[in-house]
Design a protein around this ligand. Sequence first.
Ligand code: NAP
Length: 243
Amino acid sequence: MPHLLILGGTTEANALSRAVAEAGLTATYSYAGRVDMPRPQPLPTRVGGFGGVDGLCGYIRDHEITHLVDATHPFAAQMSHNAKAACLATGIELAALTRPEWDEVTGDRWTRVPDVAAAAAALSGPARRVFLAVGRMHLDAFAVRPQHHYLLRLVDEPETLPLPDAEVVVARGPFSVAGDRALMQAHKTDLVVSKNAGGSGARAKLDAARELGVEVMMIDRPTMPPRLELRSSIEVLDWLDHG
Ligand code: NAP
C-alpha cells in the first residue's frame, strides 16, 4: 500500500492535499511550523523539521513512506536538497510539484538579482519606499539598509523587526491586483522587492506594480537538486498510479 509524504506550506501543496484526500490515498502532510496557525488540511498532518537528512530518513522508515512529493516553496532549497538525499538513501520515489518562474512582460520594470544578499546589496542608494515582499525569514538581510521605508506583508505579527522604519500589514494570500494596487498607492511604494516564486497566489503585486509603473527587484530562485518535476495535482496522481 503506497504511503505518500507531502512536504507542504504552499498553495500547490494544499491543492494536492485536497486531490489526494478525495482520491482516498494514504498520505501525510508536513509543515515546517513557520506560521502560528497553519491551514488545516484534509489529511493527517505533522508539524516541524525532521532533523536534517538523517531525521527524514528515520521518518520515512518509521512511517513506511513509499513516495515523497516535495511541494515546498521554490526558495525552500534546504528542504528540497534534504528530500533528494533522503529519498536516495532510503530508495523511495521522489517527485517535486513545481511552478514555472514569473517572466517579465511588456510594461514591467524589473531588475533581476541572483539572491537575497544581492538584493540587499543593490539597495545601497538613497532612501526609497520599498514593498519588501520576501517573507519574515529574509528580513535580517536588509538590516544593512536601514535608510529605506519598508512596507512588509507578513502572515503573523512579528515580535521584533530588524528594520527601523517599517510598517507591517498582516495578511495571508492569495492577493488581488486591485488590493495590491491600493496598498502600494496608499504606501507610495516606489520599489517592490520580490522572490521569483511563480504561481498565482503572490503574483498580484507584480501586476499592480506594472499598472502603477513601479520598479521591481526580482530575486532569482536558488538551485534545486535534479529530480522529477511535475506541474499539477493530476500529474502527481498519475505518477502515484504508475510509479
Ligand atoms: P528551508 O530553508 O528549505 O528549510 C529549512 C528547514 O526547515 C529544513 O531543513 C527542515 O528542517 C524544515 N522544513 C522546511 N520545510 C519543511 C516541511 N514542509 N516540513 C517539515 N520540515 C520542513 O525552508 P524555508 O524556506 O524556511 O520554508 C519553510 C516552509 O515554508 C516550507 O514548508 C515552505 O514550503 C514554506 N514557504 C517558504 C517560503 C520561502 O520563501 N522560503 C514561502 C512560502 C512558504 P529539518 O532539517 O529539521 O528537517
